[in-house]
Design a protein around this ligand. Structure first.
Ligand SMILES: *[C@@H]1O[C@H](CO)[C@@H](O)[C@H](O)[C@H]1NC(C)=O
Ligand SMILES: *[C@@H]1O[C@H](CO)[C@@H](O)[C@H](O)[C@H]1NC(C)=O
Ligand SMILES: *[C@@H]1O[C@H](CO)[C@@H](O)[C@H](O)[C@H]1NC(C)=O
Ligand SMILES: *[C@@H]1O[C@H](CO)[C@@H](O)[C@H](O)[C@H]1NC(C)=O
Ligand SMILES: *[C@@H]1O[C@H](CO)[C@@H](O)[C@H](O)[C@H]1NC(C)=O
Ligand SMILES: *[C@@H]1O[C@H](CO)[C@@H](O)[C@H](O)[C@H]1NC(C)=O
Ligand SMILES: *[C@@H]1O[C@H](CO)[C@@H](O)[C@H](O)[C@H]1NC(C)=O
Ligand SMILES: *[C@@H]1O[C@H](CO)[C@@H](O)[C@H](O)[C@H]1NC(C)=O
Ligand SMILES: *[C@@H]1O[C@H](CO)[C@@H](O)[C@H](O)[C@H]1NC(C)=O
Ligand SMILES: *[C@@H]1O[C@H](CO)[C@@H](O)[C@H](O)[C@H]1NC(C)=O
Ligand SMILES: *[C@@H]1O[C@H](CO)[C@@H](O)[C@H](O)[C@H]1NC(C)=O
Ligand SMILES: *[C@@H]1O[C@H](CO)[C@@H](O)[C@H](O)[C@H]1NC(C)=O
Length: 492
């Protein structure tokens, strides 16, 4: 077989020279006799070992890993220009199945190793800890099992460690805190336990921590307040208890803050909005948080996404939404925003008119009592989803509702609306889901509803409606579901 030496030399001139094998040999013997192949020969063997552990290669990407080419020209390999040592091994989404050879730990010049979205299984070899030049290790979305090797602490230059979407178990090893340059730790979607350890706070270079969907347990350690550079914090579904330490709200560069689906208790600090001026994405839904939604959130002028639903927030909604011009999603449902003694809980609607990017407004089951203001019609023309269901709205439904022509979903059911359903409802030509049931709307049902040709679900039952719908008129083709008092073809 061809020797690695021959191969190496062929590349240093050109691939065609390989055809003249004799010439290559001459080249070797005359020019590089004293060469030490130590490094690049090791790389070559390490790559062959890597290949030998691949048991399935559906796209035949490793077929180029043969003697026709210098290994620096193999698919997925990048070498340093001068020293011809492997600096990048990158094979993502190649459908590769197999295990990772421990010989990869011999690619001592490696700076980036990316095997994202394949089917590597078995454990992550602890030999990787020898890669002291490694800056980026991306093994996301594979089938790696076992623990996070403690030896990774040997990768002292590691900046990004991404192991998400595997089957890793055990706890985050203490040695990880020795990685003083680590800025991205992505370990989401594994089976990691043992809590979020306090020693992680020692990695003060941390910018992104994504640990969601692991059964960690425990509470959020106070020491994470040392992550002064943190921009992204994702810990949904981590089985976390206790309150969010106030030190977290000191991380003034935070952009995305997401902790839904835990068991967090306690309230938000009143100054949250002034402490986190760059916040764009705030997601705390499905916890047990209490207290008011701090009005200081009005000062987070970059906020686009607020999801605080399914908590026990209470007190009047006093956020001045007019300052949140970039907001596109607001989900606050299943809280209690009724202020005792307050005659009308819906004044905040006025302040939403400046939110011209609002797409989604969800406020069902918030114990809001009052009259829906005419200004509801001033909401963004981008709005596609509006739910005010299961509150205590009384009075009539303003005809300005017909201005929200982008709506595909309108849920106003289970309130105390009276009077007629405004005919302007017929202007909502994109409506697919309309639920007005369990109110006190009186007849007649506007024929305009029959003009809503996109309707999939229509619920009008439990009202004081008498049905007058003409056969063949409108959209009885669409599924009209759960119409206890309303049926198509009633009057033939
Ligand atoms: C292999 O490594 C040796 C020693 O580092 C070097 O002299 C030689 O040029 C390298 N050859 C190739 C083809 O990279
Ligand atoms: C090496 O791979 C290339 C590309 O797949 C192929 O054309 C060539 O025949 C292979 N050479 C050997 C020696 O297997
Ligand atoms: C993962 O890789 C497969 C090919 O094996 C590809 O079809 C799929 O789109 C990739 N998924 C992602 C999210 O890139
Ligand atoms: C490379 O790594 C393997 C496994 O870690 C080891 O057995 C081997 O001796 C190393 N050195 C070389 C030059 O291949
Ligand atoms: C793991 O790290 C320890 C300490 O740094 C070292 O002694 C050991 O050789 C490493 N193991 C491997 C397989 O690299
Ligand atoms: C996680 O680990 C537990 C117990 O160790 C096991 O029952 C469960 O199936 C694992 N889940 C996944 C997604 O691997
Ligand atoms: C964290 O860093 C401090 C100060 O450098 C040190 O005293 C402490 O032992 C470290 N903790 C851990 C768990 O590494
Ligand atoms: C927040 O930061 C300030 C100034 O760095 C510090 O004095 C204060 O103790 C910190 N608060 C918390 C709760 O960590
Ligand atoms: C924050 O989250 C949003 C929405 O998921 C995303 O588009 C954005 O890139 C994230 N920002 C950062 C800094 O990761
Ligand atoms: C918003 O910021 C301004 C200016 O910093 C400050 O005066 C005001 O008190 C803040 N509002 C709230 C509700 O915290
Ligand atoms: C809301 O919009 C109106 C009209 O565009 C503008 O005059 C007003 O200053 C805006 N309010 C805020 C707080 O930005
Ligand atoms: C229904 O739509 C047609 C055509 O767009 C329009 O002429 C008619 O006035 C509408 N009827 C009602 C009741 O809105």
């Amino acid at each position: 077989m061809n020797s690695p030496q021959a191969m190496i030399c062929s590349s240093s001139s050109s691939r065609i020279s390989f055809l003249f094998y004799g010439v290559v040999i001459i080249c070797l013997t005359s020019a590089t006799v004293s060469a030490s192949y130590g490094g690049n020969e090791t790389d070559y063997h390490a790559l062959l070992s890597f290949k030998s552990k691949i048991i399935h290669d559906p796209y035949k990407v490793l077929s180029t890993w043969n003697h026709s080419f210098h290994f620096c020209d193999w698919i997925g390999i990048t070498c340093g220009k001068r020293h011809k040592r492997v600096t990048v091994l990158r094979l993502y989404s190649k459908g590769l199945e197999g295990s990772m050879s421990p010989h990869v730990g011999n690619l001592s010049f490696l700076r980036k190793l990316s095997l994202v979205n394949n089917s590597f299984q078995g454990s992550i070899p602890h030999e990787l800890g020898r890669l002291s030049r490694l800056r980026r290790l991306y093994l996301n979305d594979n089938k790696f099992s076992g623990v996070i090797p403690t030896n990774l602490s040997g990768c002292s230059n590691l900046e990004e460690l991404q192991l998400g979407g595997n089957k890793l178990v055990g706890s985050i090893p203490k040695e990880i805190s020795l990685l003083r340059k680590l800025s991205h730790l992505v370990i989401q979607d594994n089976n990691l336990t043992g809590g979020i350890p306090p020693f992680l706070g020692n990695i003060t270079s941390m910018e992104m921590f994504s640990a969601r969907w692991n059964p960690f347990g425990g509470s959020i350690p106070d020491t994470l307040g040392l992550w002064k550079s943190l921009r992204v914090f994702y810990c949904s579904g981590c089985n976390l208890y206790g309150s969010i330490p106030h030190s977290i709200f000191n991380l003034s560069l935070l952009v995305n803050f997401s902790l839904p689906g835990n068991h967090l208790t306690g309230s938000l600090p009143s100054e949250i909005g002034n402490q986190l001026p760059y916040l764009e994405f705030l997601q705390l839904r499905d916890n047990e948080l209490t207290g008011v939604l701090p009005p200081s959130l009005s000062n987070c002028s970059k906020l686009g996404y607020i999801e605080m639903s399914n908590n026990s927030f209470s007190g009047k909604l006093t956020i001045d939404f007019s300052k949140l011009r970039d907001i596109y999603l607001l989900r606050l449902q299943y809280n209690n925003f009724h202020e005792r003694g307050e005659a009308d809980d819906f004044r905040f609607v006025d302040s939403l008119k400046n939110c011209t990017r609002l797409v989604w407004l969800e406020l069902e089951n918030c114990n809001l009592i009052g009259v829906l203001p005419i200004s509801i019609g001033n909401l963004s023309d981008q709005l596609t989803f509006l739910s005010l269901a299961e509150n205590q709205l009384f009075g009539s439904l303003p005809s300005s509702i017909g201005s929200l022509v982008g709506l595909t979903t309108l849920y106003l059911h289970s309130n105390r609306f009276k009077g007629k359903i405004p005919t302007t409802i017929g202007k909502l030509q994109k409506l697919q889901f309309l639920e007005l049931h369990s109110n006190q709307f009186s007849r007649p049902i506007p024929e305009a509803i029959m003009n809503l040709t996109m309707l999939i679900d229509l619920y009008l039952d439990y009202n004081k409606l008498k049905v007058i719908i003409h056969q063949g008129h409108g959209n009885c083709k669409t599924r009209l579901i759960a119409l206890k008092n309303l049926a198509c073809n009633v009057q033939k």
